[in-house]
Design a protein around this ligand. Structure first.
Ligand code: AMP
Ligand code: MN
Ligand code: MN
Length: 317
């Protein structure tokens, strides 16, 4: 297996970035690799670009060093895109495309690889897990370990989704040996919610509707609701997972309004529906059991359009 240090050897400037609306895997991977490269290449300029991460990730050391403004002038020797293809890098995308060497490390089935070097392994639970195996374990310290651990637990629902493999658990075991307070990290970054986050989740669950013989469930949060509860999209993470926990549900859909007739859609499934294939039809992507896309149209039009694709899959059962 290749090692990340062999690929960045000699580089004087390196950038690391991940997808828009960064989740735990994205933030953990970017910070884990950023800290690793800074330590291993003290002479080089190393930059991490990302949309401002949610406050819960404040426990990751040096997270304040993440740059949200991109230096559009700079041509990096190496640019590493994590947990996504180039199209979801946001304002870092043009800088990525211009870099002398592009490296893409990801675990999304929908990603065909977009680098001069692409390591896309869909069987991996998380980009963070894959990253661990590209590092030299001797060179990992407690700060790097913590960042990678956060990436793994967020994409595996704390090591419980089916993407968790024996290797995932081995790596998690190696990481907790560093002695950070993993139980506090799980509680504070994964389970804890503010009162308002809890209320809007309750509302979304209360207003959810089942369809297709109760095999699907859907709910939506409008901009007005977000204003009423004084929450932002970051506060809506996790709602779709609760919908998916409903007994008998094979596929769940959650959307929130991002603009006029524009919705960010999140989907989850128990494996009976390939939600990545559904999301791909609407320009998104992801994994078989977790995927997303952005859709234009009314809420009900979007449900209808998604239903057609889901029904197509039920037909093939
Ligand atoms: P979400 O529900 O938006 O958190 O996304 C679930 C999974 O699908 C995550 O692994 C995302 O990275 C991925 N995903 C979400 N939206 C997109 C998109 N537009 N294109 C590709 N992958 C996506
Ligand atoms: Mn992600
Ligand atoms: Mn991921």
């Amino acid at each position: 297996m290749m090692k990340i240090m062999d690929e960045v050897k000699g580089a004087k400037s390196i950038a690391v970035s991940g997808h828009v609306r960064p989740d735990g895997d994205c933030v953990g991977s970017v910070m884990g690799l950023y800290l690793y490269l800074k330590k291993e290449m003290p002479e080089a300029q190393v930059d991490a670009y990302l949309e401002k991460p949610a406050e819960i990730f404040g426990c990751i050391d040096h997270i304040e060093e993440i740059k949200s403004e991109v230096n559009t002038e700079q041509v990096y020797d190496v640019f590493i895109a994590l947990d996504t293809a180039a199209d979801r890098l946001g304002n870092a995308e043009p800088v990525y495309r211009r870099a002398n060497k592009k490296i893409n490390i990801d675990h999304h089935v929908s990603n065909r690889g977009c680098g001069d070097v692409s390591i896309v392994e869909p069987q991996r639970s998380s980009t963070a897990e894959l990253l661990y195996d590209l590092m030299d374990p001797e060179k990992i310290d407690v700060q790097i370990a913590k960042a990678i651990y956060i990436g793994i637990i967020h994409d595996t629902g704390v090591l419980r989704y089916s993407n968790t493999s024996p290797r995932t658990l081995q790596i998690a075991a190696e990481l907790v040996k560093f002695g950070f307070n993993f139980s506090e990290i799980i509680e504070e970054t994964f389970f804890e919610r503010t009162y308002l986050q809890t209320q809007i989740m309750g509302r979304a669950i209360l207003e959810s509707v089942r369809f297709m013989n109760d095999r699907c469930i859907v709910s939506m949060v409008s901009r007005r609701m977000m204003e009423f509860y004084r929450v932002t999209p970051k506060d809506l993470d996790g709602i779709v997972n609760h919908l998916q926990s409903v007994k008998g549900v094979d596929c769940s859909i959650f959307m929130y309004e991002t603009g006029t007739l524009e919705y960010k859609v999140s989907m989850r499934s128990n494996g009976r529906v390939d939600v990545s294939a559904v999301a791909l039809k609407f320009g998104g992507g992801g994994h078989v059991r977790a995927a997303g896309c952005t859709m234009n149209g009314t809420y009900h039009d979007n449900i209808n359009n998604l239903s057609i694709e889901i029904a197509e899959q039920f037909k093939n059962e």
